[in-house]
Design a protein. Structure first.
Length: 132
């Protein structure tokens, strides 16, 4: 489902696939997607992160946070975007906040403006301020 979701172009189909992933029991889905997030192919890792973002569970957030350190830029961006979405929800912000040191480091790095934007957004959501 995660791979199909990443390859799909139709928004309605993507939403249906996200809903299907959300119905899988959390522990089973998180376990499988956590393993997929370690796959040698970056597109598989990105698909795992994209699927994990629909699972509203602290363990899913922990797996997504690992993606912030990924060697592939697209995987890192997917993870940062997913975490930024979780940080908007006060129920999950405390779990997202565990990675604040990584977000601060990325927010200070000007080499990737898109990653920097997400990281600054995360810092603002968690700390209420931008890093110096």
């Amino acid at each position: 489902l995660a791979l199909a979701m990443m390859r799909e172009k139709d928004r309605r189909s993507i939403e249906l696939l996200r809903n299907a992933i959300a119905w899988i029991p959390s522990k089973d889905a998180i376990s499988f997607l956590g393993k997929l997030a370690k796959h040698k192919q970056a597109d598989r890792r990105k698909a795992a992160i994209a699927a994990l973002r629909v699972i509203k569970h602290p363990e899913a957030i922990e797996e997504i946070m690992k993606g912030v350190q990924d060697t592939d830029r697209q995987v890192r961006l997917e993870a940062l975007e997913a975490l930024a979405n979780f940080a908007k929800d006060s129920e999950y912000r405390v779990f997202v906040g565990k990675g604040v040191l990584d977000y601060r480091r990325i927010a200070k790095d000007r080499s990737d403006p898109e990653a920097r934007r997400y990281a600054r957004q995360l810092c603002l959501s968690i700390d209420g301020r931008l890093p110096k």
